[in-house]
Design a protein around this ligand. Structure first.
Ligand code: FAD
Length: 458
């Protein structure tokens, strides 16, 4: 009973239309690209069983997802291929349409009794859902499944910092950190016929898509829920014990590397949190702080601040102090091109940029240093903000995520407090290379990345 109430709290009606007589329940997969620990799919199955209908799943593969390129599409398609097999095993037809996501959902909604989508809070995700809500002529609901605590349940307003958000979200964890039930679909949709895109050959699909192909796919991470679960298992067994002390040392690889999988919804944060909570490792609390407090704070920012991806979305004190120091002389000035090609005077910054270019994932500690230096070496803070977000979203596999918007904004003062004033930064927290060397062996990190560069050139 408690679990049914909990599922209800994740659901939001996106239109006021009733159920209609249809041939199936349409589950529109968009932000949660997985079949396990997926509340939107679970809700679709329960609804379909109640109405004695099968479920059809749909995914709209568009060419023009903002800032996405070959690297991101390959990773996503690897997972969607796994999802086809997993859904078919449950008797659910999964139709991939080469269309804008909302257009695919609207088309297949014509014969549906109801449509259910996973929740997404970035601008484009909200736009797709709003367009679909206008055009779908039956009940249309969204289900929050990429967060442990639904964003509106965690807090009713934009939070100032982790310190103000932490007690609020922690107070809800007893309620939300619970295992999910899995209901089996009672009716099969595999015999229903639809025109869809065959994605069994990922290379063929990629060659047909009209996307930016200049950013090459990465070999370090392969998309898919099974890959994510393997990484999680290995993380708990081999790395979690060291996480509290050594996660900020980029010369080591002691973080989970789950962010690309979380970004595409290929693994559930609830599943990760439950698995980590079961462990007796001393690293558990530090990890859950990042996964729950920090990650869900980013969603709070994107949900409540319409300018989450703009300089104007920063706190007033941060904008003021940066404006006051806009005319300060910069010790170095680099163009976007030089930054993009990792051609600065700073070997640590270049190593971080190269790690992102080659692997699609810069170490978390270096991301802070990287963003701070872009602020220091770019003509104006406004331009620096744009450059940092552009590079982050273009090259990080986990880019274009609430965490990326909040992470870049953090470098410019978001979720932080004013510090003592200095040139260029004003009251924004400063970082320098000495600080890196006090924390870890930064030259060892440079060495590690130059080995990667050598391998990449082979
Ligand atoms: P782990 O240390 O294993 O942490 C587990 C999970 O907790 C992560 O996958 C992530 O979901 C969450 N998490 C960890 N650190 C943070 C944090 N500081 N803020 C919010 N959530 C966190 N994260 C992205 O997912 N996408 C981005 O595009 C992104 N861009 C960033 C840009 C800058 C300038 C900064 C400072 C941070 C950015 N982050 C981003 C946040 C963070 O650096 C990454 O989430 C983390 O490095 C991912 O590696 P991991 O999965 O191995 O992390």
């Amino acid at each position: 009973m408690r679990r049914i109430v909990l599922l209800q709290k994740r659901i939001r009606k996106l239109n006021t239309r009733p159920l209609k007589k249809g041939r199936y329940i349409l589950y529109w997969m968009q932000a949660a690209q997985r079949t396990e620990y997926n509340h939107a799919l679970e809700y679709s199955i329960r609804k379909a069983n109640d109405l004695k209908l099968p479920i059809v799943a749909v995914f709209g593969l568009c060419d023009n997802y903002p800032e996405a390129n070959l690297r991101h599409y390959k990773f996503m398609l690897e997972c969607l291929n796994q999802a086809i097999t997993a859904l078919e095993k449950q008797g659910i037809k999964f139709v991939i349409k080469q269309q804008s996501p909302e257009a695919a959902a609207i088309e297949l909604s014509e014969n549906a009794s109801a449509v259910i989508v996973d929740a997404g809070h970035t601008r484009i995700q909200k736009k797709w859902r709003a367009l679909a809500a206008k055009n779908i002529d039956c009940s249309f609901e969204e289900v929050e499944t990429n967060l442990i605590v639904p964003v509106v349940e965690a807090s009713g307003k934009e939070e100032y910092s982790a310190a103000t958000f932490r007690p609020k979200i922690q107070a809800r964890l007893n309620e939300y950190l619970v295992k999910m039930q899995n209901t089996k679909p009672q009716f099969d949709s595999l015999n229903l016929k639809f025109d869809g895109l065959d994605i069994s050959s990922i290379d063929d699909v990629l060659s047909e898509l009209n996307i930016d192909k200049t950013v090459r796919p990465v070999s370090v991470f392969k998309g898919g829920t099974s890959e994510a679960k393997k990484l999680l298992k290995n993380f708990i067994a081999e790395k979690l014990d060291h996480y509290a002390d050594l996660r900020n040392d980029p010369s080591k690889d002691l973080t989970s590397n789950l962010s690309p999988y979380l970004h595409f919804g290929q693994i559930s944060p609830l599943y990760i949190a439950l698995k980590v909570s079961e462990s007796k490792s001393p690293g558990k609390d530090a990890f859950l702080e990042e996964l729950i407090v920090r990650r869900e704070l980013s969603f709070n920012y994107v949900f409540y601040n319409n300018n989450y991806d703009k300089f104007s979305g920063l706190p007033r004190w941060a904008i003021h102090t940066l404006n006051v120091h806009t005319a300060d002389t910069r010790p170095y000035l680099y163009s976007l091109k030089m930054l993009e090609k990792a051609q600065t005077h700073d070997p640590y910054w270049n190593a971080a940029q190269n790690q992102m270019l080659i692997t699609g994932k810069m170490h978390g500690y270096m991301r802070m240093y990287w963003g701070k230096k872009i602020l220091e070496w770019t003509k104006t803070p406004r331009q620096a903000f744009k450059v940092a977000l552009y590079l982050n979203n273009k090259y990080e596999l986990d880019g274009r995520d609430p965490n990326g918007f909040a992470g870049v904004a953090w470098c410019f003062g978001k979720h932080d407090r004013p510090w003592s004033s200095r040139q260029i930064f004003g009251n924004i927290r400063y970082m320098n290379a000495d600080g890196l060397n006090r924390k870890f062996d930064a030259d060892k990190y440079v060495e590690k990345i130059s080995q990667l560069e050598n391998q990449a050139q082979l």
